[in-house]
Design a protein around this ligand. Structure first.
Ligand SMILES: [Zn+2]
Length: 348
């Protein structure tokens, strides 16, 4: 089989490899259909953020069951893969909170992931894809579930004004879930004109932070109150600070963006958090429990209906094209939004 292998920092190569070995009972061999390139994969590949070398990236992927073995699934079943492999004796795993458990394994970061043609996956990590969802769209299930998990922290009351800072794929999916959850107005602040245009086309109000101050803009558009719900989906010190300042009194803030640097909180900013009685949430990963009623099930049920993901895909590339596009993403030579590697373009 073919695999896109990170051999060392910045060194991506396509290799012929033998099929992987099964590593436990109740697993199925899947043939990968499509794998998304996550924002986190770029520093993982090029900034030395990989756990080890060699490593096959890919934690956002769809597949088709090739050999069900003793998994109980059928050959040909279309699936998405929850990338986290929990240690089941962890106390958080016992209550289905795998993302906050310890010593877990993870496709595409701690073990070889979806940028190879075949993988063995435990039954509990395989979630069936409904017929109405294409396998390319299904490769967006993981980031969509991360977006939903962030929004699920918030209590949405009536007449809620929401602000999403960052209009990349995650930010725009967050905006969609805020709308689904009943926010009256959802604003997206994004400096990139093409991404703003995409958000606008999906029905969102947009703020251009290169033309006006995000905090002043949201205040002006909410009669001076600010946003009741803010989701920070960038991770820069500047946008973190904007997120705090944009909150209305009794506002709620979700910190979702992976921090690119440290943030120091001025006494004045902390005082604002106190005086406005803000609620601040962290969010990490997503949940596949309870089985059948999880964030992943909700995402797949809504995909192509109330959740639109296809317009967020800027590039669909082949295995052969993947290393070059990842280098272009790192060096910012190419405009991109969501990039999907079609590991097998025949699988739809
Ligand atoms: Zn990711």
């Amino acid at each position: 089989m073919q695999a896109i292998v990170l051999k060392s920092q910045g060194q991506l190569e396509i290799e012929q490899r033998p099929l992987p070995e099964r590593f436990g009972p109740g697993q199925a061999l899947v043939r990968v259909a499509a794998a998304g390139i996550c924002g986190s994969d770029i520093p993982r590949a090029f900034d030395g953020k990989a756990y080890h070398y060699p490593l096959v990236l890919g934690h956002e992927f769809s597949a088709v069951v090739e050999d069900p073995a003793d998994s109980g699934l059928q050959a040909g079943q279309r699936v998405v893969v929850f990338p986290l492999l929990p240690r089941l004796d962890d106390p958080f795993s016992l209550i289905g909170e795998y993302a906050v458990s310890s010593d877990y394994d993870y496709y595409g970061s701690r073990r070889d992931g979806g940028m190879q043609q075949y993988l063995w996956v435990p039954r509990a990590n395989l979630i069936p894809v409904p017929d109405h969802v294409s396998l390319v769209a299904a490769a967006m299930t993981e980031p969509a579930a991360v977006s939903l998990h962030a929004v699920s922290k918030l209590r949405v009351a009536s007449a809620t004004v929401a602000l999403v800072i960052g209009g990349g794929p995650i930010g725009v999916m967050v905006a969609q879930f805020l709308r689904i959850r009943g926010c009256t107005a959802v604003w997206v602040a994004e400096p990139d004109g093409r991404k703003r245009e995409l958000a606008r086309n999906l029905g969102f109000d947009v703020i251009d932070p290169t033309a006006e101050d995000t905090v002043a803009a949201i205040a002006e558009r909410s009669n001076g109150r600010g946003a009741d719900c803010v989701v920070e989906a960038v991770g820069l010190a500047l946008t973190f600070e904007q997120a705090f300042r944009a909150c209305a009194t009794f506002g709620q803030l979700v910190l979702l963006g992976n921090p690119a640097g440290s943030l120091s909180l001025s006494a004045e900013l902390v005082s604002t958090i106190l005086r406005r009685e803000l609620t601040i949430y962290g969010t990490w990963n997503s949940k596949v429990t309870p089985v059948g009623h999880s964030e992943w099930d909700e995402v797949l049920g809504r995909m192509g209906q109330t959740l639109v993901v296809e317009p967020l895909i800027s590039h669909r590339v082949t295995i052969a094209e993947a290393p070059a596009i990842m280098e272009a993403m790192y060096s910012r030579q190419t405009w991109f939004n969501k990039v999907i590697v079609q590991m097998d373009p025949e699988l739809r």
